[in-house]
Design a protein around this ligand. Structure first.
Ligand code: BG6
Length: 457
């Protein structure tokens, strides 16, 4: 089957870091190159301008460049202003020109959420066949109400099977491995509950800043950019019950049950920070209240996990890039060893990036002559996946596999959890300040110390 992949906005940071490298990998792995790409943005580029632009911008993100020039030849450029009807007319002509008998059209909307509705209105001009698919990047608008309106609008124009709501974290190899680790082993599932697990920590830290996406980020903030979607998705996979099948519907049902049982967090359950020079960044509002660091306590009020707090934290522009999940188990009843041995609590650590590994920390006696107990960190390190999340995600769209895509019910439930926070008005959390690229702010510790717990680095 021939695919026309249309990417709105093709000059964005996401496009150069992830989408074009993913498309290139798909292209070069195909025996017959059956994909054409239309790059869309509002500048007056011609095809060559865009090719040169994307060649320069993707430098450093593309490996094995042998076929890269051929790949560039599969790209044509189309200028589209989101509200400009004539531009959609010319896009339509461009699609017709390269369409074949068996073409499927995939439109990938990596655009700011306020462009979704204008796109949907104007997409009627494209007269897309019902085999076309539309991928919606997160965040799915900005709060519960706008998300509901958006979904109503989308479903007026597209059939549910044409709609792909994505969260690329779910396609990360180690996140998918959470399911295998939990449900393909008998030894972990019996202890996966509040009787044994003391707390769960999910961290997504970045060194990066948002580069040219300031105007999206300043109205989105870490809460909408990372927590409501990526971190909630990971949380749901870590704590959900076993699905009855590994299909889209069964997994979504279990995720939904988890999200539905989350207690709405209040200002006491979170800490917001902004790095010190944030408001000096080019284009950022001088009095911006955007948080670039969130730490949050989540309580899941279900039978399995009530009393096991889950702590989420995410930030930009600190000292390292790391995404990981730490499962800390309860203390042993320290009757046997309490006088002379310090015993670390058992932990399972799932590292998502930059490395991919699963580690189990447990205790053994150090050696014959000593009474000390030593913690052993047994680690299974995976070869780094040869496919990045976005490549797998796009391949799933091409073959109509919806197993990992997010349903609107899940998005709605996620918005409900943070809806008061994103609309806080007079009762917003205090925003503390932190130094860029420093170690993370001390004040984050209080959230856990109040519960007599500590963060794991
Ligand atoms: C995106 C966010 O969804 O995820 C970005 O909008 C963030 O702000 C990115 O940098 C992180 O993704 P990854 O795969 O690099 O961890």
């Amino acid at each position: 089957m021939h695919t026309i992949f249309i990417i709105f906005w093709a000059t964005w940071d996401l496009a150069k870091r992830y989408i074009f490298p993913a498309l290139y990998n798909i292209y070069r792995n195909e025996e017959e190159q059956n994909i054409d790409i239309i790059a869309v943005w509002r500048r007056n580029f011609d095809n060559n301008d865009f090719k040169n632009y994307i060649k320069e911008k993707t430098d450093g993100f593309i490996e094995h460049k042998k076929h890269f020039d051929d790949f560039l030849n599969s790209i044509t450029y189309s200028k589209v202003e989101i509200n400009e009807k004539e531009d959609y007319e010319s896009l339509k002509k461009q699609i017709e020109k390269i369409s074949k008998k068996d073409t499927q059209i995939i439109i990938y909307l990596s655009i700011s959420p306020d462009h979704f509705i204008p796109f949907i209105d104007n997409s009627k001009i494209l007269n897309l066949p019902k085999t076309s698919k539309v991928i919606f990047e997160k965040p799915f608008w900005k709060d519960l109400e706008t998300a509901i309106n958006l979904n109503n609008k989308i479903t007026e124009v597209f059939l549910e099977e044409q709609i792909y709501r994505i969260d690329h974290y779910v396609w990360k190899e180690s996140i998918q491995n959470v399911l295998a680790f939990r449900f393909a082993n008998t030894i972990f599932e019996p202890i996966w509950n509040n009787k044994y697990i003391n707390n769960i920590q999910i961290t997504a830290s970045e060194k990066l800043w948002v580069e040219d996406r300031w105007w999206y980020y300043d109205s989105s903030w870490a809460l909408r950019d990372m927590v409501q979607n990526h971190l909630f998705q990971v949380l749901a996979l870590v704590v959900m019950d076993p699905p009855s099948k590994l299909d889209a519907e069964s997994i979504s049902q279990e995720k939904l049950k988890v999200l539905h049982s989350i207690k709405i967090p209040t200002n006491d359950d979170l800490v917001f920070w902004q790095y010190i020079w944030y408001t000096e960044e080019k284009w950022v509002e001088k009095n911006s209240k955007t948080e670039t660091f969130v730490a949050m306590k989540i309580e899941v009020s279900n039978w399995r996990f009530i009393w096991t707090p889950i702590y989420l934290k995410t930030w930009k522009k600190l000292d390292k890039r790391q995404t990981k999940i730490v499962i800390e188990f309860n203390e042993i009843p320290n009757i046997l060893f309490k006088n002379f041995w310090h015993i670390e609590k058992n932990r399972i650590i799932i590292e998502v990036q930059p490395d991919e590994s699963i580690a189990i920390h447990f205790n053994i006696k150090e050696n014959w002559n000593s009474k000390e107990v030593q913690e052993v960190k047994s680690k299974f390190k995976k070869e780094l996946s040869s496919k990045e999340a976005y490549q797998k995600l796009i391949e799933d769209v091409i073959i109509w596999d919806k197993t990992l895509f997010t349903t609107f019910e899940i998005l709605k439930e996620s918005w409900m959890i943070v809806n008061d926070l994103v609309n806080c008005k007079d009762n917003c959390p205090i925003i503390y300040k932190y130094n860029s690229w420093s170690k993370w702010p001390e004040i984050a510790n209080a959230l856990l110390e109040n519960d007599n717990k500590k963060w794991y680095d």
